[in-house]
Design a protein around this ligand. Structure first.
Ligand SMILES: Nc1ncnc2c1ncn2[C@@H]1O[C@H](COP(=O)(O)OP(=O)(O)OP(=O)(O)O)[C@@H](O)[C@H]1O
Ligand SMILES: [Mg+2]
Length: 189
């Protein structure tokens, strides 16, 4: 419940344009490692392998708290939708004009019709989900379909972009992609 209230406050700040961001240059690898460490206990309980890879020396200009929230929302979703024995992988790399983060899971794919709706406030899919499992004890009370709306809001406040794609068969999963420009927030907001 506390988390849902916190999520609602975050969303209202995003929609009111009053989200306070303190952009600084951070080693992307450190932010990804911290996010993985935070999600690791849940991954273990659910028997999901959690891996990450970031090229050495990649810096990201971002609000650390905001980007950490983006990562943890994406990673927790990915773990939750991946069956036992599956893998979730986070990759960070430099691309032209900024950095790209991807979170790849084994969710079985998101139906085409749902692909854009996943970012809507309060939208929760009924398909493409594995049943609630261990490590998900907060779900019945706390899951509200807010996580990806917050991800989108924070990423766009950095003048970035988030999208989702299904993996090509035979892989059966999906990949959330976040792009953050290297001049995020410097162009005036
Ligand atoms: N990695 C994923 N794989 C497959 N489906 C996903 C994934 N992430 C999100 N979804 C789908 O998108 C919906 C919205 O995700 P979102 O994170 O916004 O909400 P939630 O996880 O249901 O709730 P909350 O994040 O508020 O606890 C989910 O209910 C699910 O149907
Ligand atoms: Mg979520």
């Amino acid at each position: 419940m506390t988390r849902m209230v916190d999520d609602l406050f975050e969303l209202s700040r995003i929609h009111a344009g009053t989200l306070e961001l303190s952009p600084q240059s951070w080693p992307l690898g450190d932010l990804v490692s911290e996010a993985i460490a935070g999600a690791d206990p849940v991954a273990r309980v659910r028997n999901v392998r959690l891996g990450g890879r970031v090229e050495d020396g990649v810096q990201v200009l971002a609000d650390a708290q905001g980007l950490s929230r983006v990562l943890s929302n994406l990673i927790m979703n990915a773990i939750r939708h991946t069956p036992s024995d599956g893998t979730v992988e986070i990759v960070g790399r430099q691309v032209s004009g900024g950095v790209e983060l991807s979170v790849t899971d084994a969710c079985g794919g998101i139906p085409e019709a749902d692909r854009e709706r996943v970012f809507d406030v309060a939208w929760r899919g009924v398909n493409a989900r594995t049943p609630d499992g261990p490590g998900d004890l907060d779900d019945r009370t706390a899951r509200a379909g807010l996580g990806l709306a917050i991800v989108k809001g924070i990423v766009e406040a950095h003048r970035g972009h988030v999208s989702v794609e299904n993996l090509d068969p035979p892989a059966a999963g999906c990949r959330f992609l976040v792009r953050l420009p290297s001049d995020a927030l410097l162009t005036g907001r």
